[in-house]
Write a protein that binds this ligand. Structure first.
Ligand code: HEC
Ligand code: HEC
Ligand code: HEC
Ligand code: HEC
Ligand code: HEC
Length: 253
């Protein structure tokens, strides 16, 4: 996929060259490199073959992310759904099956369609880590890190775009303070969730179950502390023993 950013790839080579010259230049160059918008890709919103609307399907219709991105919990990679998944609802005689917007779906699926080829829909990939960095979805999703933290409010986007930088400092900011982002695992795909949606009694009962302690006593210990993300996150970090890596080799293998 290097063709999306051919220019900064070339620039990188130039900067590596400059870096050999002087360490000071290197620091400036790296900082510049990390902060330029082209590098962070924020806002990148390519045109897709079908104008697929997340705010309709995931927002209004309330479809869970995992209905389509079904590998996200079990694999390092989060898949884009096969055309069959769309076909379940948009096949012949079903929802909007004749919509001109769904032409590429008929090309992929409808053997009776004159333009049928069986070719998969060519979605354009938006988020991509460089080859030299390792990333794993399931390691995050199963530790109570919501899609929202890294992709923004996709359930409100008519067209998906690159909402967060996903730069190295972005990864590390969270790895240093994960309590700011941890939530109950079953709320990971509920992008609307906030700490206020959690019932304190249920939460302390959960903690008691995990620690073998007494829910009422745990609650007493927290008396006077503000109920909110930081408090919930700190507890979850402790009972799940969450310790995100910060050493270079964890992400650059
Ligand atoms: C009905 C199926 C469906 C559902 C439900 C769905 N998605 Fe998607 N998603 C897609 C398709 C198709 C694409 C590729 C086209 C596009 O980018 O819009 C996609 C693309 C994405 C992308 C960008 C992928 C890339 O190329 O980098 C992200 C991020 C994403 N979805 C997150 C979510 C989240 C979070 C939810 C739940 C709130 C969700 N999706 C629900 C079908 C779905
Ligand atoms: C669970 C059922 C379901 C699935 C699965 C589903 N959709 Fe939809 N889709 C709908 C509904 C319902 C509407 C709204 C129809 C309406 O406006 O009357 C819709 C609307 C659309 C529209 C707008 C059509 C128009 O002409 O206004 C597009 C485009 C679309 N879906 C694409 C997709 C794609 C691509 C996939 C697969 C990634 C997909 N849908 C998966 C139910 C589904
Ligand atoms: C900790 C950050 C993080 C979280 C949490 C996260 N993602 Fe991602 N996502 C990424 C990164 C980084 C990439 C680019 C990965 C790559 O290049 O393989 C990505 C890529 C994707 C893609 C595109 C895959 C492709 O090959 O086109 C989809 C779809 C996606 N994520 C969906 C989700 C969904 C759904 C959730 C929540 C259940 C989620 N992500 C949670 C960071 C995250
Ligand atoms: C919002 C918080 C958050 C963000 C952002 C985040 N992480 Fe993580 N990361 C975590 C948590 C929580 C864990 C789980 C630690 C544990 O299980 O002890 C984790 C674990 C990991 C691990 C170790 C698990 C494994 O798969 O080997 C790697 C590697 C990793 N993250 C890479 C990344 C990269 C690369 C990015 C940026 C693209 C990133 N993370 C962004 C919170 C985050
Ligand atoms: C939590 C995961 C993580 C850890 C830990 C990590 N990196 Fe990275 N690093 C990344 C990611 C992701 C990128 C790619 C960022 C992008 O796509 O913009 C990256 C990019 C880089 C780059 C390319 C320049 C840049 O800033 O984008 C260098 C050099 C680098 N890392 C060195 C290091 C060194 C040295 C360490 C140890 C001190 C380290 N990394 C630790 C995730 C990590």
């Amino acid at each position: 996929m290097g063709n999306i950013f051919p220019r900064w790839t070339n620039l990188l080579a130039v900067k590596v060259f400059v870096c050999i010259g002087a360490l000071g230049t290197c620091v400036i160059a790296l900082a510049w490199y990390s902060w330029t918008p082209k590098h962070t890709r924020v806002g990148y919103m390519p045109q897709q073959p079908i104008p697929f609307d997340h705010s309709l399907h995931a927002g209004q219709l309330g479809m869970d992310c995992r209905y389509c991105h079904s590998y996200v919990e079990n694999s390092s990679h989060s898949n884009i759904p096969a055309a069959q998944v769309c076909w379940n609802c948009h096949g012949p005689g079903k929802v909007k099956s004749d919509s001109p917007k769904l032409e590429p779906l008929r090309v992929a699926m409808d053997e009776n369609y004159e333009g049928y080829t069986g070719e998969p829909i060519k979605w354009v990939q938006i988020h991509e880590t460089p080859d030299y960095a390792y990333f794993n979805h399931s390691a995050h999703v199963n530790r109570g890190v919501s899609c929202k933290e890294c992709h923004g409010r996709v359930d409100e986007m008519p067209v998906v775009y690159h909402a967060k930088t996903l730069s190295m400092s972005f990864c590390l900011d969270c790895h240093r303070n994960p309590e700011k982002s941890l939530r109950p695992v079953d709320e990971v795909t509920n992008l609307d969730w906030t700490a206020d949606d959690l019932d304190p009694d249920d939460f302390y009962a959960y903690l008691a179950g995990k620690t073998g302690g007494n829910a009422e006593a745990l609650k007493q210990d927290d008396a006077g502390k503000k109920w909110g993300q930081d408090l919930i996150g700190a507890h979850l970090q402790q009972v799940w023993n969450v310790n995100p890596p910060q050493d270079c080799a964890a992400c650059h293998r």
